[in-house]
Design a protein around this ligand. Structure first.
Ligand SMILES: *Cc1c(COP(=O)(O)O)cnc(C)c1O
Length: 414
């Protein structure tokens, strides 16, 4: 979003006009921002053979997936449904990875049948895989490097007590299964967590993975997962991509030399690619003077954006209708019938009923985590790319909530 003559814009479109045209609440994504993120990540790793596998659970709108494909990005999926969305968006099975986390074996089979490579995160499943497929299908192994990373306990996945991956201490068991079934292990994967602040965590993890990988002879890929940190507010730390690219590329080249072969390095960014591209627009239903703090009640809430309540995530909020410097302190809350904080104790331009608010960093884990709680409808989504605007999902209707319900009439005498 940019501010020009007291109006906020995305490219040439006035935010306030978008809210009028499509109504609110409304998710709006800036495709140019996604393009810039992809470019920056590719540039940072231009020295090595790096592939971006977009972790699409962050935002699975099919038009976003198609844009990613157009930008030369590949896909990481975590469910059969995401896999199908990827295929619908036009990705080739070869360009999709199914990263499983304790899924049923039928989902592994589904993935193989679709020609999509799987990433296995536990020994019993690896054994089943070996029994069924032997060396006929390539496979990646998800390991747990026992490194602490991630901005919040709920999004930290690489530490010793995490449910994710096969513990690196179990390398001998993996090798035994490889021998028993002649497994074609082509890649080692790890994902340490989300919102990893410190680039050195990536390098530390990479070195653990590289060391581990040396026990496997037929590798083609090293997959270091996602988790790059994005800024949420002014002065916030973000992963320094150029610096990380330089350090990791050097470490990777050295590893390839020692390994005796040039491998591909994969990343699976979700948030990094789409968090900053998105805003959630909402309208103030009520501005409520309270003896402590004035509340702004929006026509959205944890049903549309659960991150503040789930992870204590910080989302910057802007009053789009009033750009004056006359700031006041507010708590911004949602309309769901339970505690529903969106932003606490913020200095915002004076608010009135009907003002339009933009909640920033809403492109990742926004719509994909939205629900119909309180039987409210999910918002519409709009994509703006190269100065064109596209409605990429209609607002839900009541019918969407009723669909699939089977109505039973009870005519019992009471
Ligand atoms: C969620 C997830 C990612 C993406 O994490 P971000 O923090 O959004 O970059 C990558 N890989 C796997 C396996 C994931 O589960």
């Amino acid at each position: 979003m940019i501010l020009k003559n007291n109006e906020y814009f995305i490219q040439d479109f006035k935010i306030s006009d978008l809210a009028i045209e499509y109504g609110s609440p409304l998710y709006v994504y800036d495709g140019n921002v996604i393009e810039e993120k992809v470019r920056r990540l590719k540039n940072a790793f231009s020295e090595i053979n790096m592939k971006i596998k977009y972790a699409c659970k962050a935002n699975t709108n099919i038009s976003i997936l198609k844009l990613m494909k157009n930008l030369g990005v590949e896909l990481d999926v975590v469910s059969p449904q995401e896999l199908q969305l990827g295929l619908i968006a036009g990705f080739l099975p070869d360009n999709i990875t199914f990263t499983s986390s304790g899924v049923g074996f039928d989902e592994i089979e589904d993935s193989v049948e679709n020609g999509v490579i799987v990433n296995i995160d536990n020994l019993p499943t690896l054994e089943k895989f070996g029994k069924k497929y032997g060396n006929s299908q390539p496979v990646l192994i998800r390991i747990r490097p026992n490194v602490e990373g991630g901005g919040n306990q709920k999004i930290s996945t690489g530490h010793k007590d995490s449910k994710f991956g096969i513990a690196i201490e179990q390398v001998d068991q993996i090798l035994a299964l490889q021998q028993k079934y002649d497994l074609n292990i082509v890649g080692i994967h790890q994902h340490t967590g989300s919102d990893i602040k410190d680039g050195s965590t990536f390098v530390e993890v990479a070195n653990v993975v590289f060391e581990f990988a040396k026990s496997f002879k037929n590798l083609k890929y090293i997959d270091l997962g996602g988790g790059f940190k994005v800024p949420y507010k002014k002065g916030d730390h973000e992963t320094d991509m150029e610096d990380l690219g330089e350090k990791l590329s050097a470490a990777f080249k050295k590893f390839c030399e020692e390994y005796g072969k040039d491998l591909e390095l994969w990343f699976e960014p979700g948030k990094y690619l789409v968090s900053e591209c998105g805003i959630l627009l909402a309208t103030a239903n009520v501005v409520k003077e309270n003896p402590g703090k004035t509340l702004i009640g929006l026509n959205t809430g944890l049903n549309h954006l659960i991150r503040p309540m789930m992870y204590d995530a910080y989302h910057k909020v802007i009053n789009v209708s009033n750009t004056s410097e006359n700031l006041q302190k507010y708590n911004v809350v949602g309309y769901i019938c339970e505690t529903d904080d969106i932003a606490k104790d913020r200095s915002l331009s004076a608010a009135s009923d009907g003002d339009i608010f933009a909640i920033l960093n809403a492109g990742a884990y926004g719509f994909t985590m939205a629900s119909n709680y309180n039987s409210r409808l999910k918002p519409a989504e709009v994509l703006i790319y190269k100065n064109q605007k596209y409605l990429i999902r209609e607002r839900q209707t009541l019918q969407d909530i009723i669909n699939k319900q089977i109505l039973i009439d009870f005519n019992y005498e009471t």
